[in-house]
Write a protein that binds this ligand. Structure first.
Ligand code: AMP
Length: 415
């Protein structure tokens, strides 16, 4: 089946075409045929469209909304110009898989989208006011353009974490708040944590029950996940993606009293504080320079910028703390797996996170660490380190495509 994988943000649309099916999944022979990105939907949009193995087509043109943007993408996919193999008409797109950010307690697994599912995703808007409406726009647009006969599947960022025990997901707040409003930890990046845990099993030959690892998704958004017996037992993001690690523009864990304090001292409204915590904090807030780790490393190296160094040090210390916490929580782990733009590409950040942890059995092989950049996958722990260290590039789109096939074909999910 040719699966259109869609990831819609508030003003962006990312897509891939992946050919896969139940037998293809068994043989691990899924095939990415095309990918692309539309940014700044609603204004002068920037479009990048690429058939696998061909140079990307770049365009700038006004695309009013997600429907118009998706229409543009689909016209390109089925055009002769695009040279996407095996796709010449709408009938060659067999199903659509959507990344949906928040499924709350309603959706613990990927589901075929019908009216009830759409209402369920709408019900979760309170918990993800920026993300779920954008995901719904993608769902409506795909249904409009491809017709109701083409099945669509929702794959939730929160789904993988639905196995967390109450002890991990409840906040120590009055219990009625959980009962009344479902205030709890949900966790995000679930598709990424689930994918790297699956690849880890493929690489090591471990079975699900013996997968005891800590996965670190370090990108512009960052989260850690404790995986025991193959399932998520704890994760650093919470009710929203704001909690936990230091991220590009999000600060992660803070003392909640800061919010009240700021509202007095700086006369800030709750909305302003929320925007500050989400958009002006983290690496950007600490450094005063940028949210981009690559640029911060360069500033530190080339200009010995004190605050760039401080931001990176605080970022790494926070990851260390979560590693320690999850090792204690799980009674040890076999491996730690790095993924995400920073986790996959920065030997230096990986080294700084692991530095000083040899007492816990965490020791880097510097040569191996330096080799693992630019999408390479492999092991980077020293031979005598008790806890193995891996870099595994994430591939959320592949997992969404596979879940779509399994859901459409009514096949059980095995991982
Ligand atoms: P993502 O959100 O997963 O695309 O990751 C984006 C983050 O990865 C940004 O902070 C980038 O600066 C960072 N990143 C990408 N390549 C590198 C690199 N070679 N070294 C350090 N950070 C990188």
């Amino acid at each position: 089946m040719n699966i259109l994988v869609l990831n819609c943000g508030s003003s962006s649309l990312k897509f891939q075409i992946i050919e896969t099916d139940l037998d293809i999944i068994e043989k691990n022979e899924d095939h990415q045929k095309a990918k692309g990105l539309v940014e700044r939907i609603g204004g002068q949009s920037l479009v990048s469209l690429q058939s696998t193995g061909k140079p990307p087509v770049k365009q700038a043109l006004p695309l009013r909304d997600h429907r118009v943007a998706l229409d543009h993408v689909i016209r390109w996919i089925i055009s002769a110009d695009s040279q996407v193999p095996g796709i010449r008409s709408l009938a060659d797109i067999h199903a659509v898989g959507h990344r949906v950010v928040h499924g709350a307690e309603k959706f613990t697994k990927s589901v075929v989208i019908d009216e009830t599912v759409i209402r369920g995703i709408e019900d979760c808007i309170d918990l993800a006011p920026l993300h779920n409406p954008a995901n719904l726009k993608g769902i409506y647009a795909a249904r409009d353009l491809l017709g109701a006969g083409v099945p669509q599947v929702a794959v939730f960022d929160t789904g993988f974490h639905s196995t967390m025990p109450e002890t991990s997901y409840l906040y120590a707040l009055p219990y009625q708040l959980y009962r009344r409003h479902k205030i709890r930890r949900y966790g995000f990046h679930g598709t990424s944590h689930r994918y790297v845990a699956y690849r880890y099993r493929q690489l090591t030959g471990k079975d699900l029950e013996n997968t005891n690892i800590i996965t670190l998704h370090l990108g512009n958004g960052c989260s850690a996940c404790a995986i025991k017996g193959g399932v998520s037992v704890d994760t650093s993001m919470g009710l929203t993606p704001l909690e936990g690690l230091v991220m590009g523009t999000r600060g992660g864990d803070i003392d909640p009293s800061i919010i009240e304090f700021l509202s007095h001292k700086e006369a800030m409204s709750l909305n302003e504080i929320d925007a500050m915590l989400n958009k002006q904090s983290g690496l950007l807030g600490l450094s005063g320079l940028t949210n981009d780790m690559r640029d911060l490393l360069a500033e530190e190296h080339e200009h010995q910028d004190r605050r760039a160094k401080l931001a990176i040090d605080i970022f790494c210390l926070r990851v260390k703390k979560y590693i320690g916490a999850y090792l204690a929580e799980m009674g040890g782990a076999d491996s730690i797996v790095f993924t995400g733009g920073i986790g996959e590409n920065s030997p230096q950040v990986r080294q700084r996170i692991c530095a000083g942890l040899s007492n816990l059995g965490i020791e880097i092989d510097e040569q191996a660490n330096d080799q693992l950049v630019g999408g390479k996958e492999g092991e980077m722990g020293a031979a005598d380190g008790k806890i193995k260290l891996y870099v595994i590039p994430t591939n959320e789109e592949l997992l969404i495509a596979r879940d779509t096939v399994r859901s459409v074909r009514n096949a059980p999910r095995r991982w």
